[in-house]
Design a protein around this ligand. Structure first.
Ligand SMILES: Nc1ncnc2c1ncn2[C@@H]1O[C@H](COP(=O)(O)OP(=O)(O)OP(=O)(O)O)[C@@H](O)[C@H]1O
Length: 250
């Protein structure tokens, strides 16, 4: 069974340390973990460190995988638009990363099914440079999913999406994680998404971890006051789901 654990992770840009002390219990396959915190806290930096794009102290334990590093896929926050490629070509290119260039029919079928699942099949032969921000974000998700990662690091994947697409994408990823046994870490600013979709939550502020554990025990009124400087309540809606209601800044 694939499992991930972070042991006192830190990260450096050049010689300056921007992140330290991030540890988690074992994150099991099929689980979603939210990474939350204010702007510039270090969420993207944590993902880059886990994906070995930057260096730093601590250990990323990934157990029971045969694919090691290639099984971790980082979906960045800013998806640069390469105007030369079509949507389809960009996903195919992502599928072939790290493998041979021969294309098999089943890979093309996979691309078709991901495009359909994300409801972007109509965009297949449009140039990346012609897409809206939300469309580019969905293509970026398709580029990540085609690689069948065991660990998927999603950096604010719904920030450019409308309300329908946000819940559509998060429900899809959460079901996929459960079905395929994928471990998902997801940086989020919408804490209601964290409460709804993520079993675990890591809170980062000023480059250090301030909490890590079950989402319901981490997202609390005192945490919101201390870390986000807002007065807020956690209330159950009529369907019994916990929601953050923000009353205003402190
Ligand atoms: N390439 C870089 N070189 C030096 N410092 C960097 C670099 N990238 C990010 N930083 C700094 O590292 C800190 C953490 O940035 P990071 O992008 O991880 O924050 P974040 O929590 O993802 O923020 P946001 O919610 O605004 O996206 C910030 O102070 C940022 O300025």
């Amino acid at each position: 069974m694939v499992a991930l654990a972070l042991d006192n992770i830190g990260a450096m840009y050049g010689r300056s340390s921007v992140l330290s002390g991030v540890s988690t219990d074992i994150l099991e396959k099929g689980s979603m973990t939210a990474v939350i915190g204010p702007n510039a806290a270090g969420k993207s930096t944590l993902f880059k460190r886990i994906a070995s794009l930057i260096s730093g102290p601590g250990l990323v334990h990934l157990s029971d995988t045969e694919r090691a590093q290639t099984s971790i896929c980082y979906m960045p926050q800013d998806t640069g638009a390469n105007a030369v490629l079509t949507v389809y070509e960009s996903i195919l290119l992502s599928a072939k990363q790290g493998s041979g260039w021969r294309v098999h029919n089943d890979e093309l079928d996979e691309i078709d099914s991901i495009l359909k699942a994300l409801r972007i099949d109509a965009l297949a032969f449009r140039g990346l440079g012609e897409l809206s921000g939300g469309q580019r974000q969905l293509v970026s998700l398709a580029q990540a999913l085609i690689r069948k990662p065991e660990v998927l690091l999603m950096d604010e994947p719904t920030s450019a999406l409308d309300l329908h697409r946000q819940v559509d994408v998060l429900s899809f990823v959460s079901n996929l994680a459960r079905r395929k046994g994928m471990i998902v870490l997801i940086a989020l600013h919408d804490l209601n998404h964290a409460l709804r979709y993520c079993e675990n939550t890591i809170v980062i502020a000023n480059g250090t971890m301030v909490a890590s554990g079950k989402t319901a025990s981490v997202i609390t009124t005192p945490m919101l006051q201390e870390i986000y400087q807002v007065n807020a309540r956690i209330e159950n809606c009529s369907q019994g789901r916990a929601l953050v209601i923000v009353d205003g800044p402190i």
